[in-house]
Design a protein around this ligand. Structure first.
Ligand code: HEC
Length: 202
């Protein structure tokens, strides 16, 4: 198996002659165990370091993989890692089954945002979010970088996190009392714009 660079994931070999492996460049791949042919791959949007595993429930077989990059390479390689095409870390558990149809949402919403809405969002972001999530939404690792937040992908999920107190025990208070629901959508539009700019670079 040839990969674009180092730091790829662990292996899973199944009784059905398949070998599964995630890559540093964000693919989960399946190979034929006997001749190494690549049979399948899926873009998991982040590097994979863990080995996949498999199990079955009521006769239905699943392949699960902990997506997310780690180890020393992404910590030290910086620009080299970026030039090798390694996507940013997005930690999540993905589970596959042969007859499943769900797909991952795009890493950043791809539809263009309304420029006026985003312009309103910049001001609101500066007033209410900037003090923790950093100027221009470029966080430095202490709190989540909202450009890469899974919450951006879905309007309803976004409102739940920002409006409500879902993460308040972790330091992210709900903003319902301060920011109206239109404002919260304006902030999302601004952050989608920032995410799209970042995606064009990454
Ligand atoms: C007082 C500091 C603070 C302010 C102000 C703040 N946040 Fe947060 N926010 C946090 C912290 C801390 C977390 C991480 C919570 C955790 O660990 O799960 C977070 C997490 C989030 C998340 C989840 C990110 C993810 O992918 O896990 C979203 C979305 C978010 N904030 C949006 C906002 C928005 C929008 C604003 C402005 C309206 C805002 N935050 C203002 C501290 C803050």
């Amino acid at each position: 198996m040839q990969h674009k660079g180092p730091w790829n994931g662990g292996l899973l070999a199944t009784a059905g002659d398949l070998v599964f492996q995630g890559t540093a460049t964000g693919e989960l791949q399946a190979f034929h165990a006997r001749d190494g042919r690549k049979l399948w791959s899926y873009a998991v949007q982040s590097g994979v370091l863990a080995a996949p595993m498999t199990y079955s429930i009521d006769g239905r077989q699943y392949v699960a993989v902990m997506v997310g990059w780690g180890g020393v390479y992404p910590l030290v390689a910086g620009e080299l890692s970026f030039k090798s095409g390694h996507p940013v870390n997005r930690s999540r558990l993905l589970v596959f089954a042969l007859d499943a149809h769900d797909a991952l949402p795009a890493p950043a919403p791809t539809t263009p945002v309304d420029a006026q809405q985003a312009a309103r969002g910049v001001r609101l972001y500066a007033r209410d979010c900037n003090s923790c999530h950093s100027d221009a939404a470029i966080a430095r690792g202490v709190v989540p970088d909202l450009r890469f937040s899974a919450a951006l992908a879905n309007d309803e999920f976004w409102c739940t996190v920002v409006d409500d107190v879902a993460l308040s025990s972790e330091g992210m208070i709900g903003f319902k009392a301060i920011v109206g629901s239109e404002d919260i959508r304006d902030i999302r539009a601004y952050l989608i714009q920032r995410a799209q700019t970042a995606a064009a670079r990454h």
